[in-house]
Design a protein around this ligand. Structure first.
Ligand code: NAD
Length: 372
């Protein structure tokens, strides 16, 4: 109704005309226009039918520009279940041994890799060699060396490599970025990112160094790393970091429980962040400039994201992050659309270089310089 009124006001139509006009007919035709989409649809196979894979699949039910059409899994019973739930034909089902055959399947455009972190490198390279676009979950890989190899493989195969940075499409996040670019906060001085939760089951892959690549930093701390970059609009030039561990049984050698890290940016702004698997209620961003501030809490959870700035509450719409992400990724792949904050392999590589630097800073106790 509001948009209809705005529309008519823009046309200069009076309140009487507004009252007389057939509301439902107008609204229906508008909705039909919005619903009608006859552009290309990204046909996606999900690899790894676990908890996040399921969330993405459910969110894709509402997509117009992307569709779940295939699965790759090592568990035949899960494949059957997904086939009946999402109407996936037998010819689009693969396992970890035979998924290279996807190369000769013309009905799949892209594979979304949603497996444990330590598997991303080899799986993404195999998908690229099969000639399909790849969407990979965060962290893209275990380190920058792996990340570069994945970028090179996708480039050589002439396929796109995108990473599941869903916050890059979140409306309140984008509003803060818009305000920062418009100078509403003045010169940015400081960012704080607090990311963490108390992890449960000690046998899960997130606590296995080989599969996780580390601990909380790889899994949840990456949101503060990536967020510090899109909130400030800068890349760090130095890193310092400190690790604390209270449970040496659960968090074995190489699996971090809590890491605090600090960044320095070229402008002189700094960031102070905390990543942990040992505390709940940690999902908070704070950005401070010499004219204003933004604070978001929750800042990177599934939502609703909430926040305010010195100008008031952030009121942008609540979205299902994964639905918007897949719609946008379809446009990026098919139409070359440029997102406000990139979601490509190079963007992920920057985070991996920072992660390498944080672990080095923890190990050496020294400040590590970065050039991204
Ligand atoms: P999960 O354990 O729920 O699912 C992992 C899936 O991978 C399972 O189906 C499992 O069977 C499969 N798998 C294949 N090979 C495996 C192996 N060798 N060992 C263990 N599992 C194997 O994990 P998840 O929470 O879905 O996380 C998967 C990926 O998604 C991770 O990279 C994680 O960081 C990412 N993730 C991203 C978000 C986000 O908001 N973007 C949220 C959660 C997870």
């Amino acid at each position: 109704m509001n948009s209809r009124r705005d529309f008519l006001q823009k046309l200069g139509i009076s309140a009487i005309a507004l009252h007389l006009a057939p509301l439902s007919g107008w609204a229906d035709s508008k909705n039909n226009q919005e619903d009608a989409y006859d552009g290309p649809v990204l046909r996606v196979a999900i690899m790894g039918l676990g908890s996040y894979g399921t969330r993405v699949a459910e969110a894709m039910r509402s997509c117009k520009k992307a569709k779940l059409v295939g699965v790759i899994s090592g568990t035949p019973s899960k494949i059957k279940d997904w086939q009946s739930k999402y109407g996936i034909p037998e010819k689009n089902c693969y396992n970890y041994e035979n998924f290279d055959n996807i190369k000769s399947n013309p009905d799949i455009d892209a594979v979304y890799v949603i497996t444990p972190n330590g598997l991303h490198h080899d799986e993404v390279i195999r998908v690229a060699k099969a000639g399909k676009h790849v969407i990979c979950e965060k962290p893209m890989a275990l380190n920058a060396k792996q990340g570069q190899e994945m970028i090179d493989a996708c480039k050589a195969a002439n396929v796109k490599l995108l990473v599941g940075y869903r916050m890059h499409f979140e409306p309140k996040t984008l509003e803060v970025i818009r305000m920062r670019k418009a100078g509403d906060f003045g010169k940015i001085k400081f960012f704080q990112g607090l990311c963490g939760f108390t992890i449960g089951d000690p046998t899960q892959w997130r606590l296995n160094k080989q599969l996780a690549g580390g601990g909380s930093l790889m899994d949840i701390g990456i949101y503060a790393i990536n967020g510090s970059r899109y909130m400030t609009g800068e890349n760090p030039v130095w890193v310092t970091a400190q690790e604390t561990k209270t449970d040496h049984e659960k968090f074995k050698e190489g699996v971090d429980e809590t890491i605090e890290f600090q960044f320095g940016f070229p402008s002189g702004a700094t960031a102070s962040c905390l990543s942990t698997y040992a505390m709940n209620n940690l999902d908070r961003f704070f950005l401070n400039g010499d004219k204003g501030f933004a604070e978001m809490q929750p800042s990177t959870g599934y939502g609703p994201i909430m926040g305010r700035t010195n100008q008031g509450e952030l009121t942008q719409p609540i979205t299902v992050h994964q639905t918007v992400q897949m719609e946008e990724m379809s446009d990026i792949i098919f139409k070359g659309k440029q997102p406000v904050v990139p979601v490509d392999g190079y963007e992920a590589l920057k985070d991996l270089k920072i992660i390498d630097a944080i672990y080095l800073a923890v190990k050496t106790g020294k400040k590590v310089d970065l050039s991204l």
